[in-house]
Ligand binder design. Structure first.
Ligand SMILES: NC(=O)c1ccc[n+]([C@@H]2O[C@H](COP(=O)([O-])OP(=O)(O)OC[C@H]3O[C@@H](n4cnc5c(N)ncnc54)[C@H](OP(=O)(O)O)[C@@H]3O)[C@@H](O)[C@H]2O)c1
Length: 254
């Protein structure tokens, strides 16, 4: 188990669940997000419950100065980070042509530029030590045509496949985590209340199962983790089905 894990987007949803599960396994944490109060509350609870060290690093990853603070923490030689979970993200409420283009650029930055920069910062020290794990929280949307969200997540999947093959032999693995619809604050924050998007109940996963499955897959050094049997089946079917059918099915929800 990683001695110290950094998790971005640790104030809510999947990131908070990574914090709960990794600290229960004995890992110290560095928790990153903008909402300092939410991070402080969770950090205090985890310190008490599991006796681990938890650092709170409040930062808006879209602000270069604040992001650089996080990069510096990743490269601090005296306080090594053995696991990085690139998880912070948000959804956009409208169709591409109706979204504000600046919102689209921020969305692209948080889902692609930020994990690329943080992975780059983490990788140098991890390779020098000969071990480390990076998890990139992508999505099953990365396997199908699904607006800029699917495109960003597809980038993360492709990057993780390449990096895992390139660096596993030197002790560093990279895993793209590809959940389906998961109960978190994601949909509500994007202005899309969960359960009201025409997504049937059976398609929803809970964060606990997603995080546990992804940590098992990352420990095995897998490049891609698709939590739950039903989404594994859907991903396989999407590879075999005609492109037009896949595009129509992918238009369900957001
Ligand atoms: N829920 C799903 O159905 C689903 C499915 C597949 C993939 N995912 C992916 O899972 C990841 C986590 O999302 P979630 O579902 O757990 O949603 P969530 O509950 O809304 O959590 C998103 C996290 O990202 C952080 N964040 C957002 N903007 C940030 C910024 N500029 N700087 C720093 N942190 C920022 C938020 O913290 P602050 O607001 O405190 O900054 C929050 O902790 C995302 O990458 C998402 O694309 C979600």
């Amino acid at each position: 188990m990683a001695k110290t894990a950094m998790i971005t987007g640790a104030s809510s949803g999947l990131g908070a669940e990574y914090a709960r599960q990794l600290s229960a396994m004995g890992a110290d944490l560095v928790m990153v997000a903008r909402d300092r109060e939410a991070l402080d509350d969770l950090a205090a609870a985890l310190r008490t419950r599991h006796g681990v060290g938890v650092e709170v690093l409040a930062a808006d990853l879209l602000e270069p100065r604040q992001r650089e603070k996080v990069e510096r923490r990743l490269t601090d030689p005296g306080r090594p980070i053995e696991m990085l979970v690139n998880n912070a993200g948000f959804g956009l409420p409208l169709a591409f042509e109706r979204n504000d283009i600046e919102d689209e650029v921020r969305h692209l930055d948080l889902h692609v530029e930020v994990p690329m920069r943080l992975s780059h910062a983490a990788l140098g020290p991890m390779l020098a030590r000969g071990h480390g794990r990076i998890l990139n929280v992508a999505s099953v949307a990365g396997f199908t045509p699904r607006s800029t969200y699917g495109a960003c997540k597809g980038w993360l999947i492709s990057f993780s496949r390449w990096a895992n093959a390139a660096y596993a032999g030197r002790g560093v693995t990279m895993t793209a985590v590809c959940p389906g619809f998961t109960h978190t604050n994601f949909h509500e924050r994007a202005g899309l209340p969960p359960g009201k998007e025409g997504v049937p109940d059976w398609m929803w996963l809970d964060a606990r199962t997603v995080v546990a499955a992804s940590l098992r897959d990352a420990a095995r050094g897998k490049a891609v983790s698709v939590p739950s049997a039903k989404y594994k089946l859907l991903v396989t079917a999407s590879r075999l089905a005609p492109a037009r059918l896949v595009a129509r099915a992918a238009a369900t929800g957001r």
